[in-house]
Design a protein. Structure first.
Length: 199
């Protein structure tokens, strides 16, 4: 399925720097991903992802979460689903989005919401997965792109990339190496999902 010009329409939700959104955008621009990012939304008005979107000429908006710090209230999810639909979004990419997406988003975009997580799920779900891996003495970690379901980081896995934990790794050095892999993995996973929708 596509919007008629062969390009699948993506909506991106992020709370931070947006380097994964940038990686998807770069893949689109270098012709390796036939897609278009039509809307970027952030729950954090100061997030750099919004600036990146604006620089690229992509509509970008702040999500009103009603003053809640971590909750993603039902009304906000309904408003986000509506905005994404109105923009013609076919696949929703969570890229460093730090709130739990659930109903009604999941009903509006069944099997069409993807998330990138910085570990080899099911290991280390939740926050700061790279730090969890270092603290745990893991010898290997990585990143996962998966479909979002009602659990936290539990949905079906689309692609994973392995990253070894090396001696003297800190949480930050490991995260930096995981992010390098994320930037290849996410565009590849979007390509795979888009192809599955077209067939
Ligand atoms: C990424 O490393 C992503 O895997 C992680 O946040 C970072 C966002 O970076 N996501 C999670 O931890 C989700 N549980 P970015 O804003 O530069 O893309």
């Amino acid at each position: 399925m596509s919007n008629g010009d062969g390009k699948i329409k993506l909506g991106v939700l992020g709370s931070g720097s947006g380097s994964n959104m940038q990686a998807i955008l770069d893949a689109i621009q270098d012709g390796s991903l036939d897609a278009e990012i039509v809307l970027v939304l952030s729950d954090n008005p100061d997030a750099y992802i919004l600036e990146r979107a604006q620089k690229a000429g992509i509509p970008a908006e702040v999500i009103d979460c009603g003053g809640y710090k971590t909750r993603f209230p039902d009304e906000s999810q309904a408003a986000v689903a509506e905005k994404l639909k109105a923009a013609g979004v076919e696949i929703v990419c969570l890229a460093g989005f730090m709130r739990l997406v659930k109903q009604p988003m999941l009903d509006v975009f069944p099997n069409r919401i993807l998330n990138i997580h910085p570990s080899l799920l099911p290991a280390y779900p939740g926050l700061m997965a790279w730090k969890q891996a270092v603290d745990d003495g893991a010898r290997e970690s990585g990143c996962t792109v998966h479909y979002v379901d009602a659990g936290m980081d539990t949905g079906p896995i689309i692609l994973q990339a392995r990253v070894p934990v090396i001696p003297n790794d800190t949480a930050d050095t490991l995260h930096a190496r995981i992010q390098e892999q994320e930037h290849t993995l996410y565009p590849e996973a979007v390509r795979k999902v888009a192809a599955s929708l077209e067939s």
